[in-house]
Write a protein that binds this ligand. Structure first.
Ligand code: CP
Length: 324
């Protein structure tokens, strides 16, 4: 595996889920793969889960990890080509990337959407430069349009909890109903998490529905043929998994079109589900995205979901190490 951006990069999902279960059961069984190997994790933006879970996954595989916080620890990096570098950025990605590549075997990059240009963001301009100039396998640790490590962890979590629900005889359905719901937030957030979640759910063996206010339609390249239900209560009916997330408008790029607090996930909406599990990628703003009572309920699985970030990262790194 040379890159991990999209669901297609992981190949067969059943095979990936089986591998994830093996990695979770015996996390240290592949330490020989990482011996004398190094991953460099580049962060243009803040992180808690991605940084720690990626380092833990690397450690489990016997690999060294180096973290670089670009806006704190290193020179500020210029990302645009052809500019006169007379501003506050003394180094260009064009030199920095091959230098970074010369120090490691795998690179992970966190680089959020900037909302300055839809073309720059949706062209994944920064991530593409890492692929082009590093010569090393590249993992998106949430880039402008995707967050594949999160979506893979979400799928692993859904698979685990759906199997549990089936084995406990709590459902007779063949497939789980999974609902991605927009929820309000004070700031304009990127579409990377809902884009990847939609892309992965469209590829998975689930009945997938998206609900959001008008104007929040995702890029169809990610939402595909998933049905959109603008009535949130209707969308929640009979759901097995509720995945809440805020995102800003894709069509009116980066704009906040609604702060409607009636979309905050509360026991009112959860009451019409099929005793659904609540999911969120975290960090989450309580009583904006989700009420305290929903996130604190036994059906909230946000912590095991976050724990599975180690598993998803480890499967991806393992496959990259195997292909070196
Ligand atoms: N879910 C997630 O990516 O969390 P962090 O932003 O803390 O890494």
């Amino acid at each position: 595996m040379r890159k991990f951006f999209n669901v297609q990069d992981i190949g067969d999902l059943d095979k990936a889920l089986k591998e994830a279960a093996e990695v979770k059961a015996t996390p240290f069984a592949w330490q020989h793969l990482g011996k004398n190997r190094t991953i460099i994790l580049i962060f243009f933006n803040s992180s808690l889960r991605t940084r720690l879970s990626s380092q833990k996954a690397a450690m489990n595989l016997g690999m060294n990890s180096i973290v670089l916080n670009v806006n704190g620890d290193s020179w500020k990096l210029e990302t645009e080509m052809g500019v006169v570098m007379d501003g506050d950025k003394p180094e260009h990605l064009r030199e920095a990337i091959p230098v970074i590549g010369s120090y490691c075997d795998i690179i992970g990059v966190r680089s959020f959407a900037r909302f300055e240009s839809k073309e720059f963001d949706y062209g994944e301009t920064i991530l593409r430069q890492f692929v082009e100039y590093s010569g090393k396998p590249v993992i998106s640790l949430e880039s402008a349009t995707v967050h594949p490590c999160q979506a893979f962890a979400d799928l692993i979590t859904i698979d685990e909890y759906w199997k549990k629900k089936v084995s406990e005889g709590k459902t007779s359905k063949k497939r789980p109903k999974v609902v991605l719901t927009w929820a309000p937030h004070p700031n304009a957030l990127p579409q990377a998490v809902p884009n990847s979640f939609a892309q992965w759910m469209n590829a998975a063996d689930v009945d997938f529905v998206i609900t959001h206010p008008h104007g929040y339609e995702l890029d169809p390249a990610f939402s595909g043929n998933a049905p959109i239900e603008y009535d949130q209560m209707k969308a929640f009916e009979g759901a097995d998994f509720i995945y809440a997330k805020n995102w800003s408008s894709y069509t009116e790029y980066g704009k906040i079109l609604s702060k409607d607090r009636s979309w905050t996930v509360s026991s009112r909406q959860m009451a019409v589900t099929d005793d659904a599990f609540f999911m969120h990628c975290l960090p989450v703003r309580r009583n904006m995205i989700v009420s305290d009572e929903v996130i604190d309920a036994p059906t909230s699985i946000v912590i095991p979901e976050a724990a599975n970030r180690v598993v998803s990262a480890q499967v991806v790194m393992k496959r990259m190490l195997e292909s070196l």
